[in-house]
Design a protein around this ligand. Structure first.
Ligand code: AMP
Ligand code: TRP
Length: 348
């Protein structure tokens, strides 16, 4: 993913939007697949980032924990490098336009197209489809609303969100055709292969690293201390090939465990995975170097997180300003959408 020319947008002319759920602590997959690009994009473009607390309600959770996790996530985003002077950071539910536009879009989406979403199928299968929440089914439409409200051109996300982005494009195009030009049709900005778009679980490298569905031992959280990081990487599943020349290679299909470690190290150090792989013969050294690279990346983020946590007023005020700025843009787009679809304007 290059900063200039990505999706053919020269520096400074694109609007960027992305979101992350406050379901649990973010992990290395979130960081490499999404957050580090968010940080990079805030300099290049007009950037909006939100903690999507309404999306978190689509699965069971404890209310007090949601409140806590929302603040933690916002604090971590700042610690990871978002700068309120260069981007707009806000909490989704603080901008009620998101829920309202989601309803309008739900009235243009079909049951069939939502039922095809693999994330819904996966999550619903876990608890039985009949008991899945209606909100879980409508989840991608709310995500479309998040994106379309800001006329976003680019949406930096991990590979798992590709299908949701495609749906957003379909909904925007359908609306524009049916009700007249209203929304900008966005593009997904997904890192190229080998650059962290899909980091896998260290214990089960055929499954993506996940906040909720992964194994705790296979998930490196951004707030894990160095000992924990070392331990998790040391225990990472590789495969049964004996070590030696050629055993360390980037081959996600046949050697998912080793390839995941190689990709982690490559993404963290800005190198190509093939080049990283060729400099190792032993799994042990690959693991320990990867652990050191993870620790070096996380250390400044954790330090800043601790500093910010000492003064929660700072985060609160960033979010208040962010919501205000976001509402200005969102309310204009929503007014356009309400008018296009024929809702009687409010008087006075
Ligand atoms: P979520 O944790 O589902 O709210 O995801 C937040 C962002 O992180 C989204 O852009 C996801 O696509 C991205 N993401 C989640 N898991 C991974 C992973 N294992 N590898 C790369 N990116 C990921
Ligand atoms: N669905 C995304 C995820 O699980 C989170 C999300 C919600 C999002 N709204 C968004 C991502 C808007 C990008 C743009 O990762």
């Amino acid at each position: 993913m290059r900063r200039v020319g990505l999706g053919n947008y020269p520096l400074g002319v694109a609007t960027v939007l992305s979101g992350i759920q406050p379901t649990a602590a973010p992990h290395l997959g979130n960081y490499l697949g999404a957050l580090r690009w968010w940080v990079e994009f805030q300099d290049a473009h007009d950037a909006y980032y939100c903690v999507v607390d309404l999306h978190a309600l689509t699965v069971a959770g404890d209310p007090a924990e949601l409140t806590r996790a929302t603040t933690t996530m916002a604090t971590l985003l700042l610690a990871a490098g978002l700068d309120p002077g260069r981007c707009t950071l806000f909490v989704q539910s603080h901008v009620p336009e998101h829920a309202e536009l989601a309803w309008l879009l739900e009235c243009t989406a079909s049951m069939g197209e939502l039922a095809r979403m693999t994330q819904f199928k996966d999550k619903a299968a876990r608890g039985g489809e009949g008991s899945a929440r209606v909100g879980l089914f409508a989840y991608p439409v709310l995500m479309a609303a998040d994106i379309l409200l800001y006329d976003a051109n680019l949406v930096p996300v991990g590979d798992d969100q590709r299908q949701h982005l495609e749906l957003t494009r379909v909904l925007a195009q359908r609306w524009n055709t049916r009700y007249g030009q209203t929304f900008t049709v966005p593009e997904a900005a997904i890192a190229p292969p080998g650059k962290g778009a899909r980091i896998m679980d260290l214990q089960d490298p055929r499954r993506k690293m996940s906040k909720t569905a992964g194994s705790p031992a296979g998930t490196v959280f951004l707030l894990d201390d160095p000992k924990t990081v070392e331990h998790k990487l040391k225990r990472a599943v590789t495969d049964t090939d004996p070590p030696g020349p050629g055993a360390v290679r980037w081959d996600p299909e046949h050697k998912p465990g080793v390839s995941n470690l190689v990709e982690l190290l490559a993404a963290l150090t800005g190198r190509q995975p093939e080049e990283v792989a060729s400099s190792y013969q032993s799994y042990g050294r690959l693991k320990s170097d990867t652990a050191q690279a993870v620790i070096a990346t996380l250390e400044p983020v954790q330090k800043r997180y601790r500093e910010l946590s000492e003064d929660p007023g700072v985060v609160r005020s960033v979010l208040a300003t962010g919501a205000e700025r976001a509402r200005e843009v969102a309310s204009r787009t929503l007014a356009r959408a309400r008018q296009a679809i024929g809702l009687l304007p409010r008087q006075g």
